[in-house]
Design a protein around this ligand. Structure first.
Ligand SMILES: [Zn+2]
Length: 144
C-alpha cells in the first residue's frame, strides 16, 4: 500500500513539473521548440553532475523558471539599457540564466565555477567551462 501511494505521489509530482514547465515554456519570449524537445533537454540537463553538485533537481528548479522569466521580461521593459535577443530556451536553461537577477544585459555574465557556481574562478578548459581553486570542484571537474 505504502509503495503504491509513493508511486502515485511521484507520478503526480512529475505531472506537476511538466505542467509548470509548460507554463514557463509558453511564457518564454525567445525561441522555443515544442514541449517534448524542451522537456527532453531539461531532463537530460538535470542528470548532469553540475546539477547534482548544486543540489538542483527538476522538482526544485522548475518552479523557479516562470518567475525568472517574468522578472527578466519586466527588467527588459523597464530598462533603458540595450538588451540582446533572448537566447533559445534550451540555452537559457542549460546556461543557468534563470539564476540571474538581471539577465542578458550588455554586461558580460560573471565567470562562474562550473561546479560550485562561485565567481572566484581561475582556469577553464575549452568546452568544459570555468573552474575555481577548490579541491572538491577540481575532482568533479575532472569527471566531466
Ligand atoms: Zn568551484
Amino acid at each position: 500500500m505504502a509503495s503504491e501511494k509513493a508511486h502515485t505521489e511521484s507520478v503526480r509530482a512529475k505531472e506537476m513539473n511538466k505542467y509548470l514547465f509548460e507554463k514557463a515554456r509558453k511564457l518564454y519570449p525567445g525561441r522555443c521548440r515544442g514541449f517534448d524537445d524542451e522537456w527532453e533537454n531539461i531532463v537530460k540537463e538535470s542528470k548532469k553532475s553540475g546539477w547534482k553538485h548544486k543540489g538542483r533537481t527538476l522538482e526544485n528548479v522548475i518552479p523557479l523558471l516562470k518567475p525568472a522569466i517574468e522578472k527578466q521580461i519586466a527588467y527588459r521593459e523597464s530598462s533603458k539599457e540595450w538588451c540582446p535577443q533572448w537566447k533559445h530556451f534550451a540555452t537559457w536553461i542549460n546556461g543557468g540564466w534563470w539564476t540571474e537577477e538581471i539577465p542578458q544585459t550588455n554586461k558580460p555574465k560573471p565567470r562562474r565555477c562550473r561546479i560550485c557556481d562561485r565567481t572566484d574562478v581561475r582556469s577553464s578548459v575549452d568546452g568544459k567551462g570555468w573552474l575555481c581553486w577548490r579541491p572538491e570542484c577540481k575532482t568533479e571537474y575532472a569527471k566531466l
